[in-house]
Design a protein around this ligand. Structure first.
Ligand code: 5GP
Ligand code: MN
Length: 347
């Protein structure tokens, strides 16, 4: 089980945990299943070791993750800023999960950056910044949760993993791989799945709650977006969906309601890349997905200063939704060279 993780820092990480009593787990803004699963999973394991462990997140988590054990204990920076600051100020160690740059934490990033305690990065995004004392960066792993599992196993703590911890960790793997359909080429991931199922996780329930249950208004919003707001650019094998503030309001939009929408155009024959542009309060949130190794991470980085993984990336654009869309349509031809040599016509 430890064969993929041969990190010289495992012992040093174990010593840091041993010598810390209050430990904070934190993740990126607009947290997803991997961000919440990795932090809550570690929280359960650290509490089982007798540590005073808390999860502090930059902003609210989606309702689809409310089934996770410990969800109600999440400390949300945008809601209880003073409390979160006090927790961080009095901590001995901060574990930064599922992000590679402090800017991915919005305002919480400067609080974490300025904290005097030790920090450890546990992440699977490319090119991490070096703001931590120990950096576990494994871009080849399916998810941060897979990495958490491997670190815990390498430290000899598999036996400390409760079904609650295992449920959180498996949720992150399931959401980042969309139930083992993407980012899971390495057969070893199924050995991790087996070890987590042996803890008693209910995989059917995780898939149902985290990926397949939506509110009525959210299902209607998806249908509206695909039938009325999807543009298909035949020549570039591209789909673009935009939703503005008024449309979101009309469908009683709540955080998490558009989760998965960006994947839907990819099921159309001939579509290689899909972009979803959503008008949020403070910016236009860009989400992108692709197949056949078309590098949406590069597009998001070049056009919006974002990033992510080759086939799943995002960014934030400050400006109007129209401009955000226009930039994409004007620049996308520069990336046609990354399209596979033979692609079906969109049909
Ligand atoms: P999502 O589309 O689910 O929000 O994000 C997909 C992937 O892109 C995730 O791996 C996430 O970490 C990354 N990502 C999303 N938004 C941003 C962003 O604003 N900046 C960067 N650097 N990565 C992002
Ligand atoms: Mn992730």
């Amino acid at each position: 089980m430890n064969k993929m993780l041969n990190h010289p820092e495992i012992d040093r990480f174990a010593d840091l945990i041993d010598s810390s009593s209050r430990i904070i787990l934190t993740c990126h803004v607009r947290p997803d299943g991997d961000a919440i699963g990795s932090t809550l999973g570690l929280m359960h394991i650290l509490r089982a070791l007798g540590k005073d462990a808390y999860v502090v997140i930059p902003d609210q988590a989606p309702r689809s993750l409310a089934f996770l054990p410990g969800f109600n204990s999440l400390c949300v920076f945008t809601r209880h800023e003073d409390y979160c600051r006090r927790l961080i100020d009095s901590s001995d160690l901060i574990l930064c999960c599922d992000f590679n740059k402090l800017s991915r934490q919005d305002r919480l990033g400067s609080v974490v950056g300025e904290a005097k305690c030790r920090k450890v990065l546990i992440d699977h995004h490319l090119d991490p910044d070096h703001f931590c004392d120990i950096t576990f960066s494994y871009p080849d792993m399916s998810s941060t949760c897979e990495l958490v599992f491997r670190i815990i196993a390498a430290m000899g703590l598999y036996s400390e993993m409760s079904v609650q911890a295992a449920t959180c960790i498996l949720t992150g793997i399931i959401t980042d791989t969309r139930n083992f359909s993407v980012n899971c080429k390495n057969p070893d991931i199924y050995e991790v799945l087996m070890r987590l199922l042996e803890k008693g996780c209910d995989k059917t329930k995780i898939v149902k709650e985290a990926l397949e249950t939506h509110s009525l208004s959210s299902v209607k919003l998806h249908a509206y977006a695909i039938s009325n707001k999807m543009e298909l650019l035949e020549r570039h094998h591209l789909a673009v969906v935009t939703l503005d503030k008024d449309e979101l309001k009309r469908f009683d939009y709540e955080r998490g309601d558009t989760e998965g929408l960006v994947n839907e155009p990819l099921s159309i024959r001939g579509v290689v890349a899909s972009f979803f542009l959503r008008e949020d309060e403070d910016c236009i949130k860009v989400s992108a997905r692709s197949i056949d190794n078309y590098p949406v991470s590069k597009v998001c980085e070049d056009l919006y200063g974002g990033g992510g993984h080759l086939q799943a990336a995002g960014g934030e654009y400050v400006g109007s939704l129209d401009d955000c869309r226009r930039i994409l349509l004007e620049e996308i031809h520069n990336y046609d060279k990354y399209l596979p040599p033979h692609v079906d016509k969109i049909s």
